[in-house]
Write a protein that binds this ligand. Structure first.
Ligand SMILES: *Cc1c(COP(=O)(O)O)cnc(C)c1O
Length: 434
């Protein structure tokens, strides 16, 4: 399949260029030339499939012709070698637990798929490939994990100092080997800007092979559509209206849901759930996109002032505010509401939400208030509550059980380069590092 830039629909790029280049020169974002529709029988017979079969069936639609079938099969199955259980929280409300992968956040799905695809596309190259990734918390560790010890690949992670949780920081800074961490004295948007500027810098571009692993990379977006379909497979009654509430920051996750829906998944509505960084929600209600500086919240992986994937959403709806509003409802919440939701769900249903899942749960509640009647209302639980242990324990007043993989990190030593958010400093760093 070929890909175009959201800024120029008449120029096409190969899969290899789109994935390794990450972003087109015109600063748009890559989109698939067309979104394939899965045969109707696929959804009718879905009960007979498992998650890995679903992943393979979807990946094949996008990758056939560029990779041998055996590679598509291997990459897609390895990407989802852990379950995403749909857990019933209460009547008609489900949590899609996306945190059972190696770094305990949903970003494992996209990162595992992308790292395997990139390694395949990079085979036979002499010059090292350097992956730059800005993270608001969970992307960096998922990507680092995906590429750890992969020959010919170097990973540089940028994260905002003091704005990720202690355990997230440990996940980012303790791997070593081909993974380096840069602690930026600024916000996530500063990190993202440094990465974008690096790609546009002609010196760096001619000297090195740089590549991005952010949710702007199309290779992360495609696999995220897998679990929407997998959620549908797990429903008891697939005939009811289906809603997905997505806790959103950079809006990659929601975009992937929109792609799943265009592939034929019967979704009645998406709910874009934001924390105070709510530029997309405000767009949905007003029709005007006015991004604001990033505000820090307890759902820090969603602290994104200027969500990159809004560009793709506009592309999917032909920049029509009305069409977007027909499919997506937006709601936003502050930290007080988020904590209240965590308490309420724990008390009523005995279910422990992390702060991101709590924002999505709130969005679902507000959305459902408008309707009566049965439905399947699913919120995406994007991270394990233990990743945000301080907030969760303080809010719920009990001690969380920490998974072994996180417990082990506590005693590992942090290694990071502290840096001001200045492009020239970052450029020097890259020149010394690569
Ligand atoms: C990244 C992240 C989000 C936001 O996902 P986007 O695709 O950037 O909208 C939500 N929750 C958690 C836990 C995350 O790590």
């Amino acid at each position: 399949m070929r890909f175009y830039s959201t800024k120029n629909k008449s120029k096409f790029y190969s899969l290899r260029d789109a994935v390794l280049q990450s972003m087109p020169e015109d600063r748009g974002l890559f989109m698939p030339e067309s979104i394939p529709v899965l045969p109707e029988g696929f959804f009718r017979n879905i009960a007979g499939l498992n998650f890995q079969d679903i992943a393979y069936a979807i990946a094949k639609q996008f990758l056939a012709g560029d990779l041998p079938d055996s590679e598509i099969d291997r990459i897609s199955r390895e990407a989802v070698n852990f379950p995403v259980p749909l857990v019933r929280v209460t009547e008609g409300i489900y949590s899609l637990e996306l945190f059972h992968g190696p770094t305990l956040a949903f970003k494992d799905v996209g990162a595992r798929f992308m790292s395997r695809l990139m390694s395949y596309l990079n085979r036979g190259e002499n010059q090292k490939l350097t992956i730059l990734v800005a993270t608001s918390g969970d992307t960096g560790s998922a990507v680092a994990h995906g590429f750890y010890n992969v020959d010919g690949i170097e990973v540089i992670i940028l994260y905002p100092s003091g704005k990720v949780s202690m355990l997230q920081e440990k996940q980012l800074t303790t791997l070593g080997g081909n993974i380096s961490a840069v602690e930026v004295d600024g916000t996530f948007d500063d990190c993202q800007r440094l990465v974008k500027d690096a790609f546009l810098d002609s010196d760096l571009k001619s000297a090195y092979r740089l590549c991005s692993a952010n949710s702007i990379n199309i290779a992360r977006l495609i696999p995220q559509s897998f679990y929407y379909v997998e959620a549908y497979r797990q429903l008891e009654d697939r005939s009811l209206p289906l809603y997905f509430s997505v806790p959103s920051g950079n809006f990659g996750n929601l975009c992937a849901g929109l792609i799943a829906s265009r592939m034929g998944l019967p979704v009645s509505k998406f709910i874009a759930a934001n924390n105070q960084n709510d530029s997309v929600c405000r767009y949905l209600s007003s029709g005007e996109f006015n991004p604001m500086p990033t505000a820090q919240t307890i759902s820090n992986a969603m602290d994104v002032g200027l969500p990159s994937n809004f560009e793709r959403m506009m592309d999917l709806y032909g920049a029509s505010h009305i069409s977007m509003k027909n499919e997506i409802a937006g709601f936003s919440y502050d930290d007080i509401q988020t904590r209240q939701a965590m308490k309420q769900v724990y008390k009523q249903d005995g279910y422990v939400l992390d702060p991101h899942g709590a924002v999505a749960w709130l969005g679902l509640q507000d959305f459902l208030r408008q309707f009566s009647g049965q439905s399947n209302a699913v919120f995406l639980e994007t991270a394990h509550p233990a990743k945000f242990i301080d907030v969760v324990e303080e809010t719920l007043q009990f001690q969380l059980q920490i998974p072994d993989s996180l417990e082990k990190l506590k005693n590992k030593e942090k290694r990071a380069f502290l840096m001001q958010p200045d492009f020239l400093l970052f450029k020097d760093f890259l020149n010394s590092r690569i």
